[in-house]
Design a protein around this ligand. Structure first.
Ligand code: AMP
Ligand code: GLY
Length: 430
């Protein structure tokens, strides 16, 4: 039985900008009595208690939950979900009363396996790119399939590859060589023991975020992230360099199409396939002409999309999470701030390749009118220093996204760390 008291002790798993944003939002809820983050960062340390435990150390998480009588666990990243943290809680007599926000393992395969996701999409008639999947035993057939496609060629490692598992190549021979690399030479280890080859979709990308208790759903604001390191969307892929919400080209009519053609069949598909899901569904879309097509599912919120989506949510998020855990998400009316929100990610020079850590971040106290969500940042000798590639996301509101982005850049001018880098063109394509 859940404790019959109103106030809850909550644990967030993760350490990025997404988790700082969750902590910021949850800390505003009168329902939250005590907040822990494992492992957290310098931002979460200011509003919650950080505990130095890894997100996939289930036994240590169990001990923490029991020690502090934690009532709810909000899972930030995909790894613990794909490894079955929700099932771990449900299968343990001491933990099964704890509300876990995040899908069970079977449903987390939507992100854990690209092939599983493609089969799900086709089974439920949800628009997506044509594909075939291959393994080390049929590489030759993979070459033949590539020959039937026109460039660019899209190759996806089936499993989790920390955002690096998708290759888009213009040259047929290079595509064949990379296919061999992935399947035969294990370029991405086990993650590329299967490879999905997909039709290339030409269009503009956006992301749609859905909350579900497995039966009911609520749609959150759309967002667009900027994945490449370089201005004009050039250079290497990153975890995300900035984001904008709402997406200006997502008109009501287009959003309606997304709901009818994609969101509804996704939630119904989860039920038909017995995939238990309580949490966020992140649907990566490409708008091809006027048609939305799914490029991927993630079973968690995006980062840095969270840094623009949650600031626009006016509801008490803990109330929403409670409703999800009690299968009554239909009781909630989602209330969204009309203002736009933007975020710009400050990164360590060199990222997404090698970069230094431990650089002091200064100027934070001068920020006015923006919210700095800490990501790869930590506290050392009473100073806030860099500890990762993506260091901090500077979020602002505005009546338009242009106004919001201007505010983010004005505040970024006051911030400094050695070799600080960021994109100066977030929103350039809108
Ligand atoms: P993913 O890891 O699935 O998000 O893919 C990484 C990026 O590759 C996406 O954000 C898209 O920009 C691109 N991408 C993936 N699949 C396709 C596709 N079928 N057509 C065009 N671009 C794609
Ligand atoms: N920003 C993309 C992601 O979180 O996967």
């Amino acid at each position: 039985m859940r404790k019959q008291i109103e106030n809850m002790t909550i644990l967030i798993l993760g350490s990025g900008g997404r988790e700082h944003t969750f902590a910021w939002k949850i800390a505003q809820s009168p329902l939250c009595d005590a907040l822990f983050v494992a492992p957290g960062n310098s931002g979460t340390a200011q509003i919650a208690t950080n505990v130095n435990i890894g997100v996939t150390d289930f036994e240590a998480i169990k001990n923490l939950v029991l020690e502090h009588h934690i009532d709810m666990v909000v899972v930030g990243p995909e790894d613990p979900l794909v490894q079955g943290i929700h099932d771990f809680f449900l299968n343990d007599d001491q933990l099964k009363h704890v509300a876990v926000i995040g899908p069970q393992k079977a449903a987390a395969e939507l992100e854990g396996s690209k092939e599983f996701a493609k089969e799900f999409l086709f089974r439920h008639n949800i628009p997506t790119a044509a594909y075939q999947s291959f393994n080390a035993n049929n590489v030759e057939e993979g070459y033949k399939f590539l020959e039937t496609l026109s460039p660019p060629y899209v190759l996806k490692a089936d499993g989790l590859a920390a955002g690096k598992g998708v290759l888009i190549l213009n040259d047929l021979n290079e595509a064949k060589a990379e296919l061999k690399n992935m399947l035969v030479d294990a370029k991405f280890g086990d993650a590329s023991s299967k490879v999905v080859i997909e039709e290339f979709l030409d269009g503009i990308e956006l992301s749609c975020f859905v909350l579900t208790d497995g039966k009911h759903y609520k749609i959150l604001p759309t967002a667009k992230d900027y994945k490449r390191i370089g201005e004009g969307d050039t250079g290497l892929n990153t975890g995300g360099m900035g984001a904008v919400s709402p997406v200006p080209f997502a008109t009501d009519e287009f959003l309606n199409t997304i709901e009818e053609q994609i969101v509804k069949p996704t939630i119904l598909g989860l039920q038909k396939d017995n995939l238990p899901y309580k949490g966020f569904v992140f649907i990566g879309l490409i708008k091809v002409g006027n048609n939305p097509k799914v490029i991927e599912y993630n079973v968690r919120m995006g980062d840095p999309e969270t840094e623009v989506v949650l600031p626009r949510l006016k509801n008490d998020i803990v109330e929403i999470f409670k409703a999800i855990s009690e299968n009554r998400l239909n009781d909630i009316d989602i209330d969204i701030d009309d203002r736009a929100a933007t975020t710009v990610m400050l990164v360590s020079g060199g990222y997404p390749e090698a970069y230094d850590k431990g650089k002091e971040i200064t100027g934070l106290e001068q920020i006015e009118g923006s919210i700095p969500f800490h990501a790869g940042a930590t506290i050392k000798d009473n100073k806030i220093v860099t500890s990762g590639g993506r260091v901090m996301a500077i979020t602002s509101y505005g009546n338009t996204y242009q106004e919001a982005i201007k505010k983010s850049y004005q505040n970024i001018d006051k911030l400094h760390f050695d070799k600080m880098n960021y994109r100066k063109d977030i929103g350039f394509d809108l």
